[in-house]
Design a protein around this ligand. Structure first.
Ligand code: ATP
Ligand code: MG
Length: 558
């Protein structure tokens, strides 16, 4: 794990940890955890938390646990437990033998609850959920005490045990902490600790019909594992007094410390498992791993690398106030990651046939093509050139504007690694008027690498018709049309109808036809691409990870 010491830049959490080390708090140990609730797939926001927790442990020679916060059986599934482990591993982190579940502690949490009742710090309340809400008061008005608040310890013990034994219907009673109904902090107004819920749990089955609430289970799970720094997102700041109260009230020997940081927000992106699940369940996307999803599995399937995501998490840093990061920064990171790694190849996404009339029929020749000018060690390959080639439809214009340096009637362009060609004639479909073919000539003295001095302004990519293969290419755009799809109104109205464009008639250079699922390439001028798992032999499917134009880098300069 130490091989990628992410989060090397300093942040306020590191300052806290270093100060704790100096004062000997927590015995100088650093022990963090990543605590997902298994109610959906992880998203890029979780990646920030994963990099932070595992990264801090690595940096300070500590440990980081993976703990499933499985206190809510009605929304949790084994599928999610498995996908989460896969995603954390894929990101490059290792919890070693420290895989835990909050449900591991259900027995211990129950015993602590009994202890709270015995010390007069918790009581069984018969008010309905609605009444509890009404009694809670508001930010400006104190709450009202429940008429059941002053039950005797004996009665509370009896009722709580019978709650556990299944004697009462769901929702009929709860266990509450007895703290302060007049507290200015609403979380401290006798929060619910346990509720009755008959729901089969993915690990404990039907053993329990009462389940602890997050605010109670979390601090005690942290304490059970000897967590020192319990890092969570900002919305839990007002829960911290309750976190500390729980540890204090049971007089736990371990005292983890909750630290809040700002959650990641990304432009054009929804970042809530609940809403992402709705997209999946309503069929707006193909699944949790749809390449348009901000899930780790979606980014993986799109073609993002763990290195790029870790770099992104490193660059966004950790702060105390919420902000929204520009999606283009994530795109910048994958480009940076792939620039010197991905082989550069030629693929024509929207082919237009070009016949080179003065090139002999049946002839072909091999040309040398560099695999990556940013990385000469990647060497070169051979590409075949012949009489018929494909170019991009939009590299030709019948009636071009002044500074169009590509192909047009009577105009010349260089075919990358090959020759200069000139457009002699445009062939159209008689009925539709559609351009179906260009008749060109080539200048045999202009072969690339031959020392020819003739220059033209434009160079375009191409593939030879006979020496290319068909492929499908999927182009993606943001899933939403607005920067913040999470505002008030129904986010579904912002779904981008053009978020996926499938091009089924693409042509790739022949050497690429044997690419394996999971490989990445730069298609010259078209972007970075990833071989999707929908590929079959002879029928490759490529996802565009990202186009080449780097709007983030541009914005930094400008
Ligand atoms: P969501 O609202 O998307 O369902 P959550 O907070 O309910 O997220 P959990 O499974 O409880 O999801 O989160 C596990 C950990 O990941 C928590 O520590 C949480 O604070 C952190 N986390 C969740 N979303 C983000 C985010 N956008 N940025 C940073 N950390 C996040
Ligand atoms: Mg949650």
């Amino acid at each position: 794990m130490a091989e990628h010491d992410s989060f090397t830049g300093s942040n306020f959490i590191q300052n806290i940890i270093e100060e704790d080390a100096r004062t000997g708090k927590h015995g100088g140990r650093v022990h963090t955890r990543f605590p997902p609730e298994p109610n959906g797939y992880l998203h890029i926001g979780h990646a920030k938390s994963i990099c932070l927790n595992f990264g801090l442990a690595a940096k300070y020679g500590g440990k980081c646990n993976l703990r499933f916060d499985d206190t809510n059986p009605s929304k949790e599934e084994v599928e999610y437990v498995e996908s989460i482990q896969e995603d954390v591993r894929w990101l490059g982190f290792d919890w070693e033998a420290r895989l835990f579940y909050a449900s591991d502690y259900f027995g211990e949490l129950y015993a602590f609850a009994v202890q709270l009742i015995k010390s007069g710090k918790a009581y069984v309340d018969d008010l309905s959920a609605q009444e509890i809400k009404e009694y809670r008061g508001t930010l400006t008005e104190p709450g009202k005490e429940s008429p059941y608040r002053n039950r005797t310890v004996a009665e509370n013990l009896d009722l709580f045990e019978r709650m556990k034994n299944g004697e009462f219907p769901d929702g009929s009673r709860v266990l509450r902490a007895k703290i302060d109904m007049a507290s200015p902090n609403l979380n401290m107004r006798d929060p619910v600790l346990y509720r009755i819920l008959r729901s089969t749990h993915h690990r404990t089955g039907d053993t329990w019909c009462i389940y602890p609430m997050y605010d109670y289970a979390h601090p005690l799970s942290d304490a059970a594992e000897g967590i020192t720094h319990s890092i969570c997102t900002l919305e839990f700041e007002a829960h911290r007094p309750l976190y500390d109260w729980c540890l204090e009230a049971v007089d736990h020997k371990n005292r983890p410390q909750q630290i809040e940081f700002a959650r990641l927000g990304l432009t054009y992106t929804l970042m809530s498992k609940r809403k992402l699940r709705a997209l999946v369940e309503n069929g707006y996307v193909r699944g949790w791993d749809d390449p348009r999803m901000p899930t780790i599995s979606g980014l993986r399937r799109r073609g993002y690398t763990p290195e790029a995501i870790r770099d992104f998490c490193d660059r966004i840093g950790v702060a105390k106030s919420n902000s929204v990061v520009d999606f283009s920064l994530l795109e910048h990171c994958i480009r940076e990651d792939q620039n010197a790694r991905a082989p550069r190849v030629m693929a024509v996404l929207r082919p237009l046939k070009v016949v080179i009339e003065n090139y002999p029929e049946g002839q072909a020749e091999e040309l040398e093509a560099e695999n990556n000018p940013e990385n000469p060690a990647m060497g070169s390959r051979k590409m075949r050139f012949a009489r018929e080639v494909f170019i991009e439809q939009d590299d030709f214009m019948e009636d071009p504007p002044k500074k169009f340096f590509r192909l047009a009637p009577g105009q010349e362009v260089r075919l990358k690694n090959a020759y200069i060609i000139k457009c002699e004639q445009v062939v159209k479909d008689e009925r539709t008027g559609e351009i179906v073919e260009l008749r060109c000539t080539y200048d045999p003295d202009t072969r690339s690498g031959s020392g020819s001095s003739r220059k033209v302004k434009g160079t375009i990519h191409w593939v030879a018709a006979e020496y290319s293969a068909k492929a499908e290419v999927r182009l993606y755009d943001h899933l939403f049309t607005v920067e913040d799809p999470d505002t008030g109104e129904d986010y579904k109205t912002y779904l981008n109808p053009r978020s996926l464009e499938v091009l089924s008639g693409c042509r790739i250079e022949l050497g690429l036809a044997s690419a394996a699922i999971g490989e990445r390439f730069q298609f010259l001028r078209n972007g970075y691409f990833y071989v999707d798992s929908d590929s079959a032999p002879g029928q490759l499917v490529f996802n565009r990870i990202v186009a080449l134009r780097d709007s983030w880098a541009k914005a930094q300069k400008g």
